[in-house]
Design a protein around this ligand. Structure first.
Ligand SMILES: [Zn+2]
Length: 50
């Protein structure tokens, strides 16, 4: 299989880079992404990446 050299592949799909967070307020663990992450349980911004 020699497929080097490009082609017409449509690779526009971006993978969602979900990261694991933990809320320091209620201890909830959740997956989120983006710069401003809030806890989906208590809406606190006091979350840490784990
Ligand atoms: Zn919380």
């Amino acid at each position: 299989m020699c497929s080097a050299g490009g082609g017409d592949f449509d690779l526009e799909i971006e993978q969602l880079e979900l990261e694991r967070y933990k809320c320091n307020e209620c201890g909830n663990k959740f997956d989120a992404m983006g710069e401003k992450v809030v806890c989906p349980s208590c809406m606190s911004e006091n979350v840490v990446k784990i």
